[in-house]
Structures are given as C-alpha cells and as structure tokens.
Design a protein around this ligand. Structure first.
Ligand code: GRG
Length: 298
C-alpha cells in the first residue's frame, strides 16, 4: 500500500492518466490529421480525471496491475470526453467553454466535433478489446459489456435523453435520481467496477459492496455538481456556471434548496464510505477520493 499522501497520489495518477491518453490516442499529425488533432484536444490537458482516479483507486482493492488500469481508465475517460464534446454541441447544450477552453466544435467545427465523439467512443472499445485488462480468463468480454451498457441508452446516453426531455419540467426526487444514475452515475460506476475487475477476483459480497459504493459516489458527484453550478464561478469551474437555472433544468438545488442539497451530499458521502467497510485499509484511496468528490470546489 502506497504511503504517499492523497494530494501526491492524485497528482501522480492524473499525470499517469494524461501520459497514457497521449500514448493511446491517434498520433498528432497522423491522417486524418484534423480529426486526430481534435480528438487529442478533447481528451488532453484538462479535466479532473475523476473517472480514471476511481478506476485506479478501486484497482487497489484487488491488486490490479497498473498496465491494465491504464487501459480501462483511458477507455472510460474517452467515453466521458466524447460525451462532453457531444453535450456541448448546438443541438444539445450549445456551450462555448469547457475545461477553461473553447469547446471542441468552436475550436474546430461541428462536423469534426461529431466525428470526435464517434471516434473516441469506438477507440475506447477497441482498447478494451485489444489489450490485456484482467487477470481472470473469460472476464474481458464481461468488462467490455459493462462499459457498453453503462454508455448506451440504458446508461449515459439514456440519461442524456431524459435530461433533454425534462427541461422546463419539475421532476420528483426518484425521477431526478434515475436521470442522474444514468447520465452521470452509470459511467462513474463503470469506472469503479472496471478498476477492481482489472485485478484478482472479488467475492460476490465484495462485488455487491463496491457496487453500492459506486452508485452512492456517482450520485454524490452529481449532487455536488448541481451545488457548484449555482455557487461557483465560470472561471473556477472552467465551464459556464449557472446554466442549469438559466436552462430551467431540474437539479437537486431546485428540488431541495441549497442547504438541503448540501445535507444530502453529506448523507451520500457517509453512505458511500459505509459501503467500503468490508475492504478495510485497501479502500484508503477510494475513501479519500470520496471526500475529494464531496468537498471539491470545481
Ligand atoms: C452526449 C451521450 C451524451 C451524453 C452527455 C456527461 C453528459 C452526458 C453531459 C455533460 C453535462 C453535465 C454537466 C453533466 C453533469 C455532470 C458531469 C458529467 C460533469 C462533467 O464531468 P466532470 O466534472 O468534468 O468530471 P471534467 O472536465 O473534470 O472531466
């Protein structure tokens, strides 16, 4: 178990993820150069890398090799980056700022941004299929299927569809929870489970406990995202602040009010940490990461 403090571990893991992405993305200048440049722009040099961090932290539960973790962390981050590029398009959220820089379709052009999303998504699955990612024979297909289910219409894309359909409507808490469990939660859950699946086998009980953790952590991430959207500045977030209210989108803050939303985040943090109890000291990085997700300012 590493003795590094959390800040050093997080910085080192973010750098490891950045280096792996730079290596695994199509080379700069390779044909079609404009598309490849845009793919690298969408993935490199920004973002908190929460999903890779979760994969690496969960990998500590099962002694997962770093080489396996790099592949699943990058695959999940590519799916995430594609979702941000498509989400920012004029036909969806129509945004011009992402990670403190012009969005992909502003820096490049709309058709290229569409193809960036398509290409990042397929590259993610290519990486999962072409590289060793597990110690257990026969588990690779299960891992690829998990990422596919989490990204598609029963996961992230389905959540986005519900989100687009809910503008101007008031959702109750179970409806809001379902939307976010799919839109944001599914990929966060996949990152966590995939990280652990890179290593030695878990018992059924351990798998269930990690799944419980991942679902709570995903929801916590979203509640904090809603809080930050109405309390933090555009400069701090690196993306346009206050968009949810401006777009009349249902959020935890609009449903519960700011103080209640903060209290709910704290409850989710505690529930997530309680789910990690069976893992003992091995869950140290996941515990620290949960606190980071809860208390972050961006
Ligand atoms: C277009 C299929 C499709 C899906 C889009 C992820 C998503 C679904 C939309 C993004 C809009 C949004 C604000 C979602 C809420 C939470 C979220 C995913 C925020 C962005 O993720 P961070 O904070 O971003 O991890 P960084 O830049 O740090 O990677």
């Amino acid at each position: 178990m590493s003795k590094e403090n959390f800040t050093d571990w997080m910085g080192g893991t973010q750098q490891r993820s950045e280096n792996a992405l730079a290596r695994l993305l199509p080379a700069s200048g390779s044909i079609p150069a404009h598309l490849h440049e845009a793919m690298r722009y969408a993935c490199l040099g920004g973002g908190k890398r929460v999903r890779p961090l979760l994969a690496f932290a969960a990998g500590e539960l099962t002694n997962a090799p770093l080489a396996h973790l790099e592949i699943v962390a990058c695959a999940v981050e590519m799916i995430h980056a594609y979702s941000l590029v498509h989400d920012d398009l004029p036909c969806m959220d129509n945004d011009v700022l992402r990670r403190g820089r012009p969005t992909c379709h502003i820096e490049f052009d709309e058709p290229t941004a569409l193809l960036v999303g398509d290409s990042l998504q397929t590259l993610a699955f290519q990486l999962m299929a072409e590289n060793p990612i597990t110690e257990e024979p026969g588990r690779q297909l299960e891992m690829i299927a998990l990422l596919a289910r989490s990204s598609g219409s029963h996961g992230m894309a389905g959540g986005q569809a519900i989100d687009l359909a809910s503008v101007g409507k008031s959702l109750n808490q179970p409806e809001l929870e379902l939307m976010h469990a799919l839109k944001t939660g599914a990929l966060i859950r996949a990152a966590t489970l995939l990280g652990a699946l890179c290593g030695t086998a878990m018992s059924t009980e351990q798998h269930a406990a990690l799944d419980r953790f991942a679902k709570r952590a995903g929801l916590l991430f979203q509640v904090v995202d809603d809080i930050l959207d109405c309390t933090a500045s555009t400069a701090t977030l690196g993306k346009t602040a206050g968009k949810d209210e401006a777009a009349d989108k249902p959020t935890y803050v609009s449903l519960l009010g700011l103080q209640e939303a903060k209290a709910y985040a704290e409850t989710l943090r505690q529930d997530a940490l309680a789910a990690l109890t069976p893992f003992g000291e091995r869950a140290r990085r996941l515990t620290e990461l949960t606190d980071f997700i809860c208390h972050r300012h961006f």
